[in-house]
Design a binder for this molecule. Structure first.
Ligand code: GLA
Length: 363
């Protein structure tokens, strides 16, 4: 019972393919070199204690949805969903250390739920697959926390690869197909900068659920099982303006994922950058999930010389990413800080990220 096992679990940045995972499309995330260190020791008294950032919380292993509302709810959700998946959990002491800024939209919640599921599975010798662990993380968020997320973030933090992006095709939702795509921009003087806006708008979760409903509605009207199956002419066949625009985002974003895979393979950085920037426009104008803080971050990145930039993740706050020359990152930071300050906003955090391996046991 005294053995402590440690897990490193990365966060993620999605390069492109936003809001496609729950539409049966393909996405292209990287696991990033910022994440969580999770230390776990089993207990046999049915109690879970968790320490993180100077705070401590405790709950019983039989905790159910609705019984905990504070910061520890993601850990409780992971314990609940792990037990639902028949991983025995006799009790645990859990310590979390993080290099992921909270609320930055870099999947700290998926890192926590999937990392804990992986650790509990490891202690119990249940030997679940990475896909099964990802589904535990997804269930924790959707059925316990109440956020109806797709499966991209969980697979990204579990299946990331050093030096590669992971192409995840959700065409068959029961069996997502994973493939590596080389991410070699750093060999060509470029870096991927993250601009963490520091804001999460209150409407993020409600609007996410609304987008899912709109996409399902559009697919239904087109007679499709998933909106990513739509062809370009689908936009013309829909009468409702909102559903037209949501569909146009899904169709054009799917094409941009294909274009980005080609561009990355060929080292066509300008092409990759152009895809990033047009993805942002589509998310801003057609899918309507951006916000002023993200738009300003993208504008300033381009002004600072970025090859391309876009919001990443669900939207309504969180982070933008920019593909930019390594020598231009300081200019980006200065510009975006100055513009945020002029607008009366708290300056954002700017840092670079690189693709790393997914969750792994360290000791
Ligand atoms: C959030 C969700 C993901 C995905 C993205 C948008 O990160 O957790 O499942 O839908 O938004 O691409």
């Amino acid at each position: 019972m005294n053995e402590v096992r440690e897990w490193t679990v990365p966060g993620r940045v999605n390069l492109i393919g936003e809001h496609l995972d729950y539409n049966g499309g393909a996405v292209l995330p990287i696991a990033i070199d910022r994440g969580l260190l999770i230390k776990v020791r089993m207990r046999d008294d049915g109690v879970v204690n968790i320490w993180s950032g100077g705070r401590k919380a405790s709950f019983g292993v039989d905790i159910a949805p609705g019984e905990i509302g504070d910061w520890a709810r993601y850990a409780a959700a992971a314990v609940w969903a792990s037990r639902q998946a028949e991983i025995p959990v006799p009790g645990a002491d859990i310590v979390i250390e993080s290099t992921l800024p909270p609320g930055a939209g870099l999947s700290s919640s998926a890192a926590l739920t999937c990392g804990l599921a992986a650790a509990l599975d490891d202690f119990a010798d249940t030997a679940l697959s990475r896909l099964q662990l990802a589904r535990i993380g997804q269930r924790a968020e959707s059925d316990f926390v109440g956020a109806p997320v797709g499966l991209m973030d969980q697979l990204a933090v579990l299946c990331g690869e050093s030096g590669n992006a992971v192409h995840i095709d959700f065409a068959d939702p029961d069996s997502p197909a994973l493939a590596s795509v080389p991410a070699t921009w750093s060999d060509h003087g470029l870096v991927l900068a993250v601009i963490d806006t520091g804001v999460t708008h209150a409407l993020a979760s409600g609007e996410y659920a609304a987008r899912r409903r709109e996409c399902d509605e559009a697919a239904g009207r087109l007679g499709l099982t998933a909106l990513a199956r739509a062809q370009v002419d689908a936009v013309l066949r829909l009468e409702d303006d909102i559903l037209k625009r949501r569909t146009r985002h899904v169709v054009t974003e799917s094409a941009r994922v294909r274009g980005t895979v080609k561009a990355l393979g060929a080292g066509e950085w300008k092409q990759f950058g152009a895809m990033l920037s047009s993805s942002h426009e589509s998310l801003r104008d057609d899918f309507e999930v951006s916000c002023p803080e993200l738009d300003v971050a993208v504008e300033e990145a381009i002004e600072a010389g970025a090859v391309g930039a876009r919001m990443t993740g669900g939207g309504f706050g969180g982070s933008a990413i920019a593909l930019i020359g390594s020598g231009d990152v300081e200019a980006l930071r200065t510009r975006v800080e100055a513009r945020y300050t002029r607008l009366g906003w708290k300056p954002p955090q700017v840092f670079t990220v690189a693709p790393v391996a997914g969750a792994a046991r360290r000791t």
